[in-house]
Write a new protein. Structure first.
Length: 221
């Protein structure tokens, strides 16, 4: 056997040995991680509003089921948001609308879905926000974001109206103040409640909310 043949056989042996080693190493590798689960679809209009049980600033649990048979307004909120701050000035839409509707027996709940490590999730900061304004509101803490994601809340404020049967009847902005082409001012939440009380379908059931983004907790890798 000449030198060239020996060289070729030796090279082939090295290739086969390398392939066998690579196969052995690959067999010891950790399996690829499973794909992340898809987020649950947000609440649908005309269907049952997602149930929740959240603690208020006083530490007491509040359930949506506590208000069975009543019209409920949910408003997403965070104290450092400039839009929320503007909305709760004396003439702010969220402040004046919630004042008016609660006097008429409508339930108005604020939900804070800010993640736990952010200052906006501190109970004291939420209390001070309303203490400084000399008004009171029911604020529910949703630091794991499950309730916010169940409703599909994207901004603060982001408003939802639940009818007396427990179905989601409206979602979106408090009003049309940010719609440049709007000819007349419409308070969407107030209009939705009025139509529900009159036994009518909600004319503007789905609008685009505006405000600061909700600071949800990031998914763990």
């Amino acid at each position: 056997m000449n030198v060239n043949k020996l060289s070729i056989l030796a090279l082939a042996g090295l290739v086969l040995a390398g392939a066998a080693y690579a196969t052995q190493v690959a067999g010891k590798q950790e399996p690829a991680p499973a794909p992340a689960p898809k987020a649950a679809p947000a609440a649908e209009l005309g269907k049952a509003a997602p149930a929740f049980a959240l603690k208020g600033l006083d530490g007491k649990e509040v359930k949506l089921a506590d208000y069975k048979g009543k019209i409920v307004v949910l408003e997403w909120f965070q104290p450092s948001c400039p839009v929320c701050q503007a909305q709760y000035k004396e003439d702010g839409a969220c402040r004046t609308t919630s004042d008016k509707l609660t006097k008429d027996g409508i339930v108005w709940l604020l939900v804070n879905s800010t993640e736990a490590n952010n200052a906006d999730s501190k109970v004291e900061d939420n209390k001070k926000f309303f203490e400084n304004l000399k008004i009171s509101r029911t604020v529910l803490m949703d630091t794991d974001g499950k309730t916010g994601m169940a409703y599909g809340a994207k901004t603060t404020p982001h408003c939802y109206v639940i009818d007396a049967k427990g179905n989601l009847a409206y979602r979106g902005a408090i009003d049309n103040a940010m719609e440049k082409d709007a000819k007349d001012k419409i308070n969407y939440v107030e209009a939705a409640v009025a139509e529900l009380k009159a036994g009518k379908p909600v004319s503007h059931a789905d609008t685009k909310s505006y405000g600061c983004g909700v600071k949800y907790a990031r998914a763990k890798p």
